[in-house]
Design a protein around this ligand. Sequence first.
Ligand code: GSH
Length: 221
Amino acid sequence: MKLYCDPISTTSRPVLLFIAEHELPVEIVHVDLMAGGHLEPDYLALNPNGIVPFLVDGDFKLGESAAILKYLARKAGSGAYPTDLQGRARVDEAISWFSTQFHAYFCLMVCYPNIGVPHGAPPELTQALMAYGADHAPRWLKVLDQHMLAGRDYLCGSEITLADYLGVSYVLLGELAAYDFAPYPNIQAWLARMQARPHFAPVFERFFGLVAYLRGQQAAA
Ligand SMILES: N[C@@H](CCC(=O)N[C@@H](CS)C(=O)NCC(=O)O)C(=O)O
């Protein structure tokens, strides 16, 4: 198997962490987003969406980080994607929640504008998005803190699931905005738990490098 990805990408890191923790025999192919590797003709021929991550398993090709995580978990027989009906539905629910509500209000409006995404958006649109996100993101952060993570170590219970691999990458985007998670102690504890996992640091190294670079630029401005 081959995974086309870039550790700078929010949606690549969950898959890279899962692969590392499960020691899966997957060749990692770096598609350098900053250098435009995702727009090279060879890559577009493989994945017309021109985004990462992207998995190739023999003749089978698969995009979308959540779908890739589920495929790898089924293939590896990982307990991170439970096999019982309701346990699996709970994981699916959390993954959908992160990919929709949380991603829209927190990632797109609060975090990404700090690195110039959406590219080329007029400044007034970016300002409006950020103001709207600042007002509305706490609604979803409260749900995460006071319900999804209340009284449990991981999103779906006492064991890590695919939802945690995906969710932690989205929530940590808050670092791009120097977001203050102090009002959310369960989120803080969960972030610390996830960051203590042995394979976490190498997978997130480039992301935290970007965060440090941004902080340096802000301090110099
Ligand atoms: N829904 C997709 C989103 C993938 C995605 O947007 N990847 C970004 C990096 S985080 C990308 O490749 N962006 C390149 C571009 O938009 O041109 C998934 O979960 O895999």
